[in-house]
Design a protein around this ligand. Sequence first.
Ligand code: ZN
Length: 231
Amino acid sequence: MTDFGQSYATDAYIEREKYPVLISSFRRIDCVQSHMGHGNFNVLGFDEMLRYGRRYSSVGEFTQAEEMFLEEIFTTDAKRYGFMGKKVIEELTAPIPEKDRKKIGHTGHFLYRGESERLYKKLQQDLGTGIVLTSGIRSVVKQTHLFLAKSIQSEGNLSKASRSLSPPGHSYHGVGDFDVGKTGFGRKNFTQAFAETEEFRKLVDLGYVDIRYPRDNMLGVRYEPWHIKVV
Ligand SMILES: [Zn+2]
């Protein structure tokens, strides 16, 4: 898939009657994120999120329809809308225990202790401060938030959304992979422009780049040179 940003005749859309609950679920999750801050939201568990809604009236309790919708998005077979990548998290409510994760200073992101943390440290030793963590652990909640935002942007086209972002449960960010970018490069780190930087060339030369989803892969997933494969 080279033109992942396009719509195709065979694309699958969310049912029209579910669109309002897609919007309201997204808004409430978005509200949770603004309320608790981006950092901790990255590792927020599903049950914790529901409790958070109940606790803060400015967020408000998730309605039964919203809860059911979020469960459905998680359990629906993503192959139905063309995403052929593997499901790596089977349980919607699986938490990310505090003892297993480490907050990485000045980034607002977390990494799993062990292999991910070790690889990131090594990468920093080899490349210096020119390279920085741009996305670490993403809980199912975080991935759901991103996926719903993409789905709304794509006007309910789930196939199109899933071509540029893994559906909840399918992101390797949930199990150890992470993204890096060039310090100070901002959003351009998540574009092809990153692949043209000196930092990227060094990553390749030092053998860090082992692409999870290669260019023109048949799995319906975008090629992402900034993504570091750990698992
Ligand atoms: Zn990534």
